[in-house]
Design a protein around this ligand. Structure first.
Ligand code: NAP
Length: 278
């Protein structure tokens, strides 16, 4: 029986939940294997390359990739899936037919878990707070499902949002009609709010270890009959989720996305499907 050598590249990694999740999946499927942490400092490209050589040699069967290497690994791989190519980030590496392939399971992980919120599809307008790495995966998931997406960022991040839009439309010119950006500011967003059926927070504001508070502008109303998904999973209920819930929105935190993207990576490496998360 194959012993699956799996692991995670990132830095730092001490608080990662991935080992616990993947060891649970191995046990659930009755598979032998391990899931190791490979902390590689941001600029150590040699260490990244040496680790990927172990995947090429078949000694490691699969790797997850997290901050700060989701983009760094791309130049060391042979091929990217369509989603990883458009998103511009890889979170899963596998050897297929002798080639190192980069995949992105964050986008389908989010999309599957979002179905638990059943957002109103009569208005398919979503507002994404932030324009960093995770925002790219969420944007891809929503655009490919036919949503219109607006990115709302701090003034300082407007250029980052515009680069995201340029990158996406370079991959698919049709996205130009569905993707736009604005400033994360009450005066700018007031008129847009009633048209929304979904808000997704992809900023780290509200994370237990990071910043307190909410990224949502003070005194900005929440949309009616709408859903809010916060990618943060620690704490399980952020300030933003509490405020949105008080305003009548259905809310969900990011733990389901974390678990679902892990299940999808595990399936890519082992061929074993873990039951869909309800
Ligand atoms: P990232 O690349 O650093 O992006 C974060 C974005 O938020 C950046 O655009 C950042 O702007 C912006 N931002 C930071 N502080 C802000 C503020 N006060 N107001 C408005 N915008 C602000 O990080 P990421 O990888 O996308 O991760 C973002 C969050 O998603 C983290 O909390 C992470 O844990 C979570 N996440 C969860 C999952 C899951 O499976 N549930 C998966 C991926 C990520 P600057 O670039 O200017 O700082």
């Amino acid at each position: 029986m194959t012993k699956f050598n799996l692991g995670l590249i990132g830095y730092p990694l001490s608080h990662s939940k991935s080992p616990e999740l993947h060891k649970g999946f191995l046990a659930k499927c009755g598979l032998k294997g391990e899931y190791n942490l490979y902390p590689i400092p941001p600029d150590d490209k040699d260490a990244l390359k040496k680790l990927l050589d172990l995947v090429r040699a078949g000694e490691i069967h699969g790797l997850n990739v997290t901050i700060p290497h989701k983009q760094n690994v791309i130049s060391l791989l042979d091929e990217l899936s369509d989603s990883a190519q458009t998103i511009g980030a890889v979170n899963t590496i596998v050897l297929r037919d002798g080639k190192l392939i980069g995949e992105n399971t964050d986008a389908p992980g989010f999309w599957k878990d979002l179905q638990n919120l059943r957002p109103d599809r009569s208005r398919s307008n979503a507002l994404i707070l932030g324009s960093g790495g995770a925002a790219r995966a969420i944007t891809y998931a929503l655009l490919t499902a036919g949503w219109d997406v607006m990115l709302a960022t701090r003034e300082a991040d407007i250029q980052q949002a515009q680069i995201l839009i340029q990158d996406f439309t370079a991959q698919n010119p049709e996205y130009a009609k569905k993707l736009s950006n604005t400033e994360l500011k009450k005066t700018v967003l007031d008129d847009l709010i009633p048209t929304l059926s979904l808000i997704v927070n992809t900023t780290p504001v509200g994370m237990a270890s990071h910043l307190q508070g909410s990224p949502y502008p003070k005194n900005l109303a929440f949309p009616k009959n709408a859903a809010l998904y916060d990618l943060i999973y620690n704490p399980s209920k952020t300030q933003l989720m509490q405020d949105a819930e008080k305003a009548g929105m259905s809310v969900r935190g990011g733990i389901g996305m974390l678990e679902t993207q892990a299940m999808l990576s595990f399936e890519i490496w082992t061929g074993f499907k873990i039951g869909d998360k309800k």
